[in-house]
Ligand binder design. Structure first.
Ligand SMILES: O=C(O)CCC(=O)C(=O)O
Length: 306
């Protein structure tokens, strides 16, 4: 079985990488989109893949989420069903990039690199890990409200980003993502569980923070479109009660310079799970490839000040 983590260049013909500075420039998020990310902690509706590309990814995904998935041993985590409710199903897996050329190449999708560069404040973008989150039609499970950085405290400083790419048209019925605007400015919260009680996070929130959930926004997307969110943006998703699946592929990125913070004893065993380097060392090398380097194109694009 090929481990595509060994390869830090495109492994398939899923897309062509822009060649000229002007081609890269044409992908840039607008100043308004960057400003809305700064204000709200998210921006969405960004086109990443077309219908054919989505179809090819869905075909690979069907294998990866089916019985005897190829490269099962290469995943960092693999949950055929992570839902706490036995009557519903939430497929969640980290590490697909190691198993098929197409999911490997999702990391290097030009729009993922460009938007990450802009939303991480400029500079070189590195890979942290990928994720698949899929909810079958009719009985897809929820993802409880959380901040991503609650689960990333084995890395520091915080300079992280999530890119969530829809592989189906997603809306309130099939369990789309929801964001609480402005919650990226809240302090770091302890983890209260990714699945199970949707509102478990309530126990660690102030009344005023919980009141902000009234302003939550559904992330309605067409297949192939992406949402980007800040590592502290509060988000979650409700069950899929529609007769359509809800599948998504995610790329989690960091600004170059983020280090391993596994602690001297690595209590979470992150060095084994994510191939993290020793405490205090830069995330780099085989498992943390560079995804975007502005030195390769002569860029002048709006970036965040976060
Ligand atoms: O796909 C989902 O419903 C949850 C995604 C999520 O937790 C994330 O984007 O960090």
């Amino acid at each position: 079985m090929t481990d595509y983590a060994q390869q830090h260049e495109i492994a398939s013909d899923l897309f062509t990488t822009p060649e000229t500075d002007a081609d890269w420039q044409s992908l840039a998020l607008s100043p308004e989109q960057v400003a809305s990310f700064e204000r709200d902690g998210f921006v969405f509706g960004i086109n990443v893949f077309d219908a054919d590309q989505v179809e090819r990814l869905r075909t690979d995904l069907a294998q990866l989420a089916g019985p005897n998935p190829p490269g099962r041993e290469l995943f960092y985590e693999y949950h055929a069903n992570e839902s706490k409710d036995p009557s519903s199903c939430l497929f969640h897996a980290l590490g697909a990039w190691r198993t098929t050329p197409l999911f490997h190449d999702v990391l290097w999708a030009p729009m993922v690199g460009m938007a990450s560069h802009q939303l991480l404040g400029g500079g070189v973008v590195r890979f942290l890990h990928d994720q698949l989150f899929c909810k079958p039609a009719g009985h897809g499970g929820n993802v409880a409200w959380h901040q991503d950085y609650s689960y990333w405290n084995w890395t520091a400083p915080m300079a992280h980003l999530t890119c969530w790419i829809a592989l189906d048209d997603v809306d309130e019925e099939n369990g789309c993502l929801w964001y609480v605007p402005g919650s990226h400015l809240w302090p770091e919260l302890p983890p209260t569980g990714l699945t199970g009680d949707m509102d478990a996070v309530r126990s660690v929130l102030t009344d005023s923070q919980f009141a902000d959930f009234e302003r939550r926004v559904p992330v309605i997307l067409k297949r192939g479109q992406a949402a980007f969110h800040h590592p502290r943006t509060m988000h979650g998703s409700f069950p899929n009660v529609s007769n359509r699946p809800r599948r998504a592929t995610l790329v989690n990125t960091v600004r170059d310079g983020v280090c391993s913070a596994v602690g001297p004893d690595d209590p979470g065993n992150m060095r084994e799970k994510f191939h993290a380097p020793a405490d205090g060392e830069l995330l780099a090398g085989t498992f943390f490839p560079k995804l975007f380097d502005p030195a390769t194109c002569n860029l002048s694009v709006p970036v965040t000040n976060l």
